[in-house]
Design a protein around this ligand. Structure first.
Ligand code: SF4
Length: 467
């Protein structure tokens, strides 16, 4: 029997781990060479059959990093979480993002339409890599979007702040009532879909909050549209994200306010097609309405960021005070480790926290939760390595340097957070104004209607033979 590392392609006589990269070795069988299943109507990714060299890396990543269970391949359809990690790891570009950017060009040329772009924090710390520009390229990115023809360019950190206003309030309600704990974060559509397929009995544990892009889409088509007196039918809302799975999220019935999702790598294509000299572009600022979020909104791009932002707000909700410097740099939840744990006491509440990236790492915990063998209060799960900074729609880089690249992006977002005056969502004046004049308060009837969603049992995708 032979074994192989599908990352380094080195062959071994015995099972174990690769001596070069440490990956678990795969038995060499015909099955190893099977590429991931990608249905023709996959909203996030595309497979170009002719390019495939059947190396099996995509399947290895899908199984061992993402956590899709290939032993249940009696499935009626391809079980894809649309995360695009296979795209980042395919050596021959047989797997690519399912591009949407060409469809947007028509709208950009339509004078009737008001084009609104909103950019996730992980985009500005990665886009420069496509053009040899180091660091956070926020100013150039905004300028590029304006040059491409967008009428408004907003920051999705605003949507992230809104998410935390709602999610921390929801967590406090659950803690008071002692129900549906642990609360799971819900901003990663790949994770939400995983839970709906493999553990539908736990969907009530998911926060009902929509993700930042879906909250921001809903607010653009309501509050923003009313304030600027632009009929919502004329607005085209385009989320610029590091994420291919968001292309799936916006097809779900409650999330239709965002019209398109364009990934970081697609935005780079748009910039090249327009022949913009990105490296030498001037800098521009986000538009002033719903301009930006707090530092807590910025760190959403990092694994542990949602947790940290939520704890900042929860602390304020419980104590009425601002978080101290330890909570503004919550060390235990930061860093690239796949699994991080922390406990925190806020007045009478003692919380057990868990932070995971790589869905495969949560599976044991889910089984223990189902058997009442562990107790956590709040769990953050992100599919991609390091969080959204490592999303499947980010620039393609050298596979062996993925961690190094993600860590650079992570550091840039923490740097931006610490440079900002406003570190928590409840201090953001634009958020305060939105609640005062439009939403009322977190979890109000209007907030629930616009900013929250429902989940469904999708286990039937696995077919009748699934356990
Ligand atoms: Fe998308 Fe972020 Fe989830 Fe990756 S971790 S699938 S980029 S939401």
């Amino acid at each position: 029997m032979k074994y192989k590392c599908v990352v380094c392609e080195k062959e071994y006589e015995n099972s174990g781990r690769c001596s070069i990269c440490g990956s678990v070795l795969e038995e060499v069988t015909e099955n190893l060479k099977t590429p991931v299943l990608v249905a023709k109507d996959n909203p996030g990714i595309r497979r170009i059959e002719e390019r495939c060299i059947k190396c099996g890396r995509c399947k290895f990543i899908c199984q061992n990093q993402v956590g899709v269970k290939y032993d249940l391949l009696k499935a009626k359809e391809a079980v894809c979480l649309y995360c695009g990690q296979c795209v980042l790891n395919c050596p021959v570009a047989s797997l690519t993002v399912n591009y949407s950017y060409k469809k947007i060009s028509d709208y950009l040329n339509d004078t009737e339409k008001v084009m609104v772009a909103f950019t996730a924090p992980a985009v500005r710390v990665a886009l420069g890599e496509e053009f040899g520009v180091e660091g956070n390229v926020e100013g150039k990115m905004v300028k590029a979007l304006k040059e491409l023809g967008f009428d408004y360019v907003l920051d999705t950190t605003f949507g992230a702040d809104l998410t935390i206003m709602e999610e921390a309030s929801e967590l406090l309600e659950r803690l008071k009532k002692k129900e549906n704990l642990p609360q799971f974060t819900s901003c990663c559509p790949a994770w939400v879909r995983y839970l709906e397929i493999y553990h539908p009995n736990l969907i009530n544990n998911l926060s009902t909050c929509k993700s930042p892009i879906s909250m921001q889409g809903a607010i653009i088509k309501s509050y923003f549209s009313e304030m600027l007196e632009i009929p919502k039918e004329n607005i085209v809302a385009v989320a610029i994200t590091p994420c291919t799975s968001k292309k799936y999220e916006i097809t779900l019935p409650n999330n239709r306010d965002t019209d398109f999702v364009v990934t970081t790598s697609e935005l780079a294509m748009m910039i090249r097609e327009k022949e913009l000299d990105f490296a030498n572009l001037e800098e521009a600022e986000f538009d002033s309405i719903m301009r930006r979020g707090s530092g807590g909104g910025v760190i959403f791009g990092n694994s542990g960021g949602v947790m940290e932002a939520c704890i900042r707000n929860l602390y304020h909700l419980i104590t009425g005070k601002d978080p101290d410097k330890n909570l503004l740099r919550f060390k235990e939840v930061r860093g690239y480790k796949n699994v991080k744990e922390a406990t925190i006491k806020i007045e009478d509440y003692e919380l057990n926290l868990l932070i995971i990236h790589g869905i495969v790492n949560i599976e044991d915990v889910l089984q223990k939760i189902e058997n009442n063998e562990v107790h956590y209060d709040f769990i953050e799960v992100m599919n991609c390595p390091g969080g959204c900074v490592g999303g499947g729609g980010q620039p393609l880089g050298v596979v062996s340097k993925q961690q190094e690249t993600a860590e650079k992006r992570i550091a840039l977002l923490y740097e931006e957070d610490s440079d900002l005056k406003i570190r928590s969502c409840y201090q953001n004046q634009d958020i305060i104004d939105l609640y005062k004049s439009y939403l009322g308060e977190p979890l109000s009837k209007k907030s629930l209607e616009l900013l929250h969603t429902k989940y469904v049992d999708r286990s039937d995708i696995l077919g009748e033979e699934a356990p």
